[in-house]
Design a protein around this ligand. Structure first.
Ligand SMILES: O=C(O)CCC(=O)C(=O)O
Length: 292
């Protein structure tokens, strides 16, 4: 992250609170519509003060967005974790079994886009509306820096709008191959990933243009044999977006359910001291079926 990036705990577009006072397990059709419209409009929304089990979260996701969830191929209950926190498609982020000296969630600390991490063969078209929800059940009182514990978001629509017109036009001609960082290899061994997506991507619902940068392992089409050039291209573009576009830092409160639309934001987790504090966050990703 560059030094001159601004961080904001309040952002004009990202992170608005919706459905105040509602229980997500019992939404009316009108409330579901409001939630989705707000999410497409704002990119990141939060519903506060929820008390759901993992199964209720999964059921809510299925009812609201559809069946296309990822993970959960083989599921067995972990006897050391409350059954209320476990469900087939729900991942637990944090240290639910207690304090540990191991860093927790390190892979999420780099900026990324979750579409890169879902299977290639399960019906996910690159421009699909892939929504991730993260439910903060137990939240550390501070991050490693002594500031409130946060998850950070970069608005890629604003990121696109903040580029010079000539730069926008150049990028509109380009696409990149995407692969999740966790599977990446050393440059000499790079195996070309199969997902290709235009760098300037048009949102399925709003029609707004935004940058789609995936993760730092993305390779522009045409630079397949030049991994160093590809890396430099990504870093310079990301840096430009970052220096011109403020980062929204969502400050967590227990009971928050945060929703993000991977078609319009990048994000990253932030470290906390897992030897001192517990974090339990339930994560679920689902493709909205209304726009498939
Ligand atoms: O745990 C967090 O705050 C972020 C998680 C994340 O990056 C992800 O689930 O993709």
């Amino acid at each position: 992250m560059t030094e001159n990036t601004k961080h904001q705990q309040h952002h004009p577009r990202l992170g608005i609170e919706v459905l105040s006072g509602c229980n997500l397990a019992h939404l009316t059709d009108e409330q579901v519509r409001e939630l989705k419209e707000s999410l497409w409009e704002h990119g990141v929304v939060v519903v506060r003060q929820q008390h759901l089990t993992a199964s209720q979260l999964e059921e809510f996701a299925r009812q609201t967005f559809g069946d296309l969830m990822f993970g959960g191929k083989s599921f067995t209950l972990d006897p050391d974790i409350s059954p209320d926190l476990q469900s087939r498609y729900v991942a637990i982020l944090g240290n639910p079994k207690g304090f540990t000296s191991e860093p927790v969630g390190k892979i999420a600390w780099q900026w990324h886009n979750d579409k890169d991490g879902v299977p290639r063969t399960e019906g996910l078209e690159m421009n699909a509306l892939y929504v991730v929800m993260l439910y903060g059940v137990e939240i550390p009182p501070e991050g490693i820096d002594g500031q409130p514990h946060t998850t950070e978001f970069l608005d890629m629509i604003e990121g696109y709008n903040n580029l010079d017109r000539s730069h926008q036009q150049q990028l509109e001609q380009m696409s990149m191959y995407h692969t999740p960082p966790v599977f990446s290899k050393q440059p000499s061994e790079v195996v070309l990933p199969k997902k290709v997506h235009p760098i300037v991507s048009t949102h399925r619902v709003t029609g707004k243009k935004g940058l789609y940068l995936g993760s730092h392992t993305a390779i522009p089409v045409g630079m397949e044999d030049k991994p160093e050039t590809a890396k430099q291209f990504w870093q310079e573009l990301f840096q430009t977006a970052c220096t011109r576009t403020p980062v929204y830092s969502h400050v967590w409160h227990p009971g928050d359910i945060l929703f993000w639309d991977n078609s319009q934001v990048m994000h990253r987790g932030t470290p906390y001291d897992a030897s001192k504090y517990k974090r339990i966050a339930l994560r679920l990703g689902v493709v909205d079926n209304s726009c498939l």
